[in-house]
Design a protein around this ligand. Structure first.
Ligand SMILES: Nc1ncnc2c1ncn2[C@@H]1O[C@H](COP(=O)(O)OP(=O)(O)OP(=O)(O)O)[C@@H](O)[C@H]1O
Ligand SMILES: [Mg+2]
Length: 366
């Protein structure tokens, strides 16, 4: 099971256009009318990483397999969703299932494209969506906190911890602040907080969808979004979904030329994927051999057996050790044989904290 980023936002802001470009398919129907998307579409997106190409060149790998991140195109959310308005509850349910939120904000003017509030204002738009998510969390905690408090008076230890941490969250929400700002006191509080699966606890990336000629510079609207993101500990990127959807159909060469013409160094999608990866606190390790060089995703802070489990559950179950080469050492020693000679190939056990960029070879026995 992989990590999933849910693309959310008001209707008709460019979510499906972005999703299609991301997944390089026309799987999601992008059209100029609100509520065009009802069932969420899921797409796997490759995470580009130049380290993988370098490793593959050294190992003379026949195949290169990048790691992937899943994006989900969720239907547009409107005011009143928490009360079941629009396609309300279904949307909130879809959002609950993702690990991070990619919030698309319309930052382009175009009289031909209808805006549900008839005005382009990304800050107001962002607040509409956030308010719905906060109301949904608030409603759920208004029930759960008193229930936990009642159980706690009966002597239930876990309920006591739950009441303490979610009580703090409830105060924040009543103050109009997202659950994400909760500060659990210890690991146990953190665990129970995570288990509560609140919508506003999820990390957020704002995608400012600008007009084609503003993709390189952003505009006054995207600057306001950037300021909002900074104040909330969220992130933001400037992308023109219109450009991205044009890039998809192009040959590699034309693509480079077109990007240069627009004053862009790389496609906005690469930045969205990278930001999504960071948002989820994900890191990458590699496996390399003549058959293939492959990147694998693991959550930051994972130990060797858990990272091995990303390849196969048997690797985790029967884990013996991991032969490990740090990325810089692998490059400097020109591959595994050189690293071994230079004493840079380490034998690591089950408590090893896997580092971003590690080249690993797992020994296991089942
Ligand atoms: N940067 C942009 N500049 C101009 N037009 C754009 C831009 N991004 C998207 N559009 C146009 O806006 C319209 C709506 O896009 P899209 O269908 O992707 O919205 P959506 O957010 O998925 O809507 P819904 O919530 O209804 O599913 C489309 O006509 C699309 O071509
Ligand atoms: Mg859509």
């Amino acid at each position: 099971m992989g990590f999933r980023c849910g693309i959310v936002g008001l209707p008709n802001v460019g979510k499906s256009t972005l999703f299609n470009a991301l997944t390089e398919t026309q799987a999601a129907q992008a059209a100029n009318y609100p509520f065009c998307t009802i069932e969420p579409n899921v797409g796997q997106v490759s995470v580009l990483d130049e380290r993988l190409d370098k490793i593959a060149a050294i190992a003379s790998s026949a195949k290169i397999i990048p790691t992937q991140l899943a994006f989900v195109d969720i239907a547009g959310l409107v005011k009143g969703a928490s009360q079941g308005e629009g396609l309300g509850n279904q949307f909130l349910g879809n959002i609950r299932e993702v690990d991070a939120i990619v919030h698309v904000l319309r930052c382009f003017e175009d009289d031909d494209i209808q805006h549900v509030a008839n005005k382009v204002d990304p800050i107001a738009d962002a607040e509409v969506v956030e308010t719905e998510l906060m109301l949904s969390d608030l409603e759920s905690l208004e029930k759960r906190v008193p229930a936990a408090e009642k159980k706690a008076t009966g002597g239930d230890k876990e309920a006591k911890i739950l009441a303490s941490v979610l009580g703090q969250t409830l105060e924040l929400l009543r103050d109009g602040k997202p659950a994400r700002l909760t500060e659990p006191k210890d690991d146990e509080e953190q665990r129970l907080f995570n288990q509560a699966q609140l919508l506003t606890a999820k990390p957020v990336l704002y995608v400012c969808n600008v007009a084609e000629d503003e993709a390189a510079t952003g505009n006054a609207l995207s600057e306001r979004v950037a300021a909002k993101a900074a104040a909330e500990g969220a992130q933001s990127v400037v992308v023109s979904a219109a450009i991205e959807s044009e890039l998809v159909g192009m040959e590699e060469e034309d693509r480079g030329e077109y990007l240069a013409e627009l004053g862009l160094e790389e496609s906005g999608l690469a930045r969205v994927v990278r930001a999504g990866y960071e948002l989820l606190q994900l890191q990458t390790y590699f496996t390399a051999g003549p058959k293939e060089a492959r990147a694998w995703t693991f959550p930051k802070g994972a130990k060797a057996p858990q990272a091995a489990g990303e390849i196969h559950t048997d690797f985790e179950r029967g884990f013996i050790k991991a032969e490990t080469i740090a990325y810089e050492d692998y490059i400097a020693s020109n591959g595994e044989a050189g690293a071994r000679e230079a004493g840079k190939l380490r034998q690591e056990g089950k408590d090893y904290l896997v580092q971003d960029g590690d080249i690993l070879n797992f020994k296991f026995n089942v």
